[in-house]
Design a protein around this ligand. Structure first.
Ligand code: B12
Ligand code: SF4
Length: 490
């Protein structure tokens, strides 16, 4: 059967046209003999073109992946498709899973929602549709009964324990080479789930639908992960310094797994990589293996430098000492970190944001600072708090972009103040830094932007191919970047 997937990603600040979930279910469908095409819906003006493409492809099933704030674009496109092309439309992904009713309201052109993991459920659905048989009893399906208008939620297939049994993601359906060329990264996602219960994260709710206290973690075998990396790299052209990006919720979760992975990765792949970490998991040993294997950036969110917000509101369960220790360890081992914070939480005050800034300023090893404005996703603990405390405002304007603005009415945090902190986050941090640190930061980030341009290419050529260039690189890399990275090309 011909299946067409759409990845809505309008006004996103990541702008990467790759979706690991769609790539995985597409791969399973291809394995079962179906034909799949994927579209990246990153601009509302693409509506007509995508509808046209769906018609030309003669898609029998159209599937959307959805996060909460993209769901309106999925619904918009679905209704445009149905105007001229009769087909079955389904939606999946975290938001469809956590709030299926919102995808199936009375005006919706979406026929059904697939909740939870999609590989098996969508394959079963396609088989039923192909044979013209009833699909309404299938596991993981949610739909609205036409007669009673009631929402029918079917049972769930168990979570996939043996992730090695899945075929490797169908990266070829996405502009994967283009992402490598333009962003100098290659994206991978291996393990699933997270055992923690942070109040702003959807993971707890994603576990709850399976009656679990958290989103149960499942690991791929290290051997199959290394094999997937090798298989992917052999299909694409990478530069020497192309960074592999492992987007697992918490890549460094399991000490045994990560140690084995790093050993094998160093031996068989040996490329720079980025991954995710959590302060309470960082030890001398983990830092050493990560560094040795080529970790050039550890994404280790602080979320808030204020202890009350971090632990009592966000439920991070990371005390101050643990947090400082983890960044010290990264510094000691020469691992650069990306530390992201969230502001605009329930009960937050201006003083708490100032405290957060001061704390973050003191943390070592941070080479990139990220900042987001809090958005209460459906199903999370903090969404419930916001609703119970009457903090939800009804103002979601058409041009609202989550994490860049707030949808809450916070009594102690006027919106203009919040935006001031959001827009000036880095300069407010730099205010507390020495001039030397500020120059380093500016230089490093300037280079990260310039390196992607044609001018950057020329500079790189000079640096890598002349004696003076090489000496300059050695000096700059040692003092601005990490030593491990200095051993590679710029
Ligand atoms: C890596 C990641 C990213 C990466 C890469 C995302 C990508 N394109 O693959 C980047 C950094 C780009 C990113 C961006 C964003 N992310 Co993000 N991200 C994640 C993370 C950590 C892992 C996602 C992943 O790859 N999982 C592995 C794959 C295999 O699982 P999956 O995608 O869920 O897909 C499975 C099922 O959901 C289902 N499925 C998914 N889609 C579909 C579609 C159909 C038709 C069917 C049948 C089934 C199906 O089947 C898949 C296989 O089993 C999750 C956390 C999480 N636990 O989900 C957050 C998460 C998905 N992100 C989230 C958010 C909010 C965002 C952003 C909006 C942030 C922002 N403001 O920019 C954007 C939105 C991007 C978009 N338009 O979708 C939220 C979503 C919350 C919600 N309830 O809506 C999550 C859950 C984190 C959280 N805060 O709780 N993200
Ligand atoms: S550690 Fe990260 S992925 Fe896990 S629950 Fe907390 S925020 Fe979500």
């Amino acid at each position: 059967m011909k299946i067409y997937f759409v990845y809505p990603d309008i006004s996103s600040f990541h702008g990467l046209p790759y979706h690991a979930g769609l790539a995985s279910i597409a791969s399973t469908l291809i394995e079962h003999g179906h034909e799949v095409r994927v579209s990246y819906f990153d601009n509302i003006n693409k509506t007509k073109d995508i509808v046209q493409d769906i018609r030309a492809f003669k898609a029998k099933l159209v599937g959307f992946t959805t996060v909460e704030t993209q769901s309106r674009y999925a619904k918009h496109l679905a209704s445009e498709i149905k105007k001229t092309h009769p087909c079955f439309i389904v939606s999946g992904g975290p938001h469809a899973t956590l709030a299926p009713e919102s995808m199936l309201d009375n005006n919706s052109s979406i026929d059904a929602v697939i909740i939870g993991e999609g590989e098996r459920a969508v394959t079963e659905l396609v088989e039923k549709l192909e044979k013209g048989e009833s699909w309404s009893h299938l596991n993981n399906i949610v739909y609205r009964d036409k007669k009673t208008e009631h929402l029918i939620k079917n049972r769930l297939n168990p979570l996939i324990d043996n992730l090695d049994s899945l075929s490797y993601p169908a990266t070829e359906l996405f502009p994967y080479q283009d992402i490598i060329n333009r962003h100098n990264i290659a994206m991978f996602h291996f393990n699933r789930g997270c055992p923690y219960r942070c109040g702003f994260c959807s993971n707890v709710a994603l576990g709850k639908i399976y009656d679990l206290p958290s989103n149960r973690v499942r690991f791929r075998s290290v051997e199959s992960v290394i094999d997937e990396i090798n298989a992917t790299l052999s299909k694409y052209r990478l530069r020497d310094d192309t960074v592999l990006h492992f987007s697992d919720d918490l890549f460094t979760l399991n000490k045994k797994w990560i140690t084995h992975f790093c050993d094998l990765y160093r031996e068989k792949i040996g490329r720079p990589f980025w991954c995710t970490g959590r302060s309470n998991l960082m030890t001398e040993e983990i830092c050493a293996v990560l560094k040795k294997a080529g970790c050039v950036l550890l994404m280790m969110s602080v979320e808030s430098g204020n202890d009350y917000i971090r632990n009592k509101v966000m439920l991070r369960d990371i005390d101050r000492e643990t947090m400082f220790r983890s960044f010290d360890l990264c510094h000691k081992h020469g691992i650069n970190t990306l530390a992201t914070c969230i502001i605009g939480l329930p009960f937050e005050t201006i003083e708490m944001i100032e405290d957060s800034i001061k704390t973050v300023t003191k943390l070592k090893s941070i080479t990139s600072y990220g900042i987001n404005i809090f958005y209460p996703y459906q199903g999370t603990y903090l969404r419930k708090v916001c609703e119970e405390k009457g903090l939800m405002s009804s103002r979601i304007e058409n041009d609202f972009i989550e994490r860049k603005g707030s949808i809450l009415n916070l009594p102690d945090l006027p919106n203009d103040k919040l935006l001031y902190y959001y827009n000036n986050w880095i300069s407010l941090i730099m205010r507390h830094k020495l001039a030397k640190e500020r120059i380093k930061y500016a230089l490093r980030n300037w280079w990260q932007v310039v390196r992607k341009t044609a001018f950057g290419d020329k500079i790189r050529h000079i640096i890598n191919n002349t004696r003076l260039g090489k000496a300059f690189k050695k000096y700059i890399m040692k003092h601005v970047w990490s030593r491990n990275y200095a051993e590679r090309t710029v």
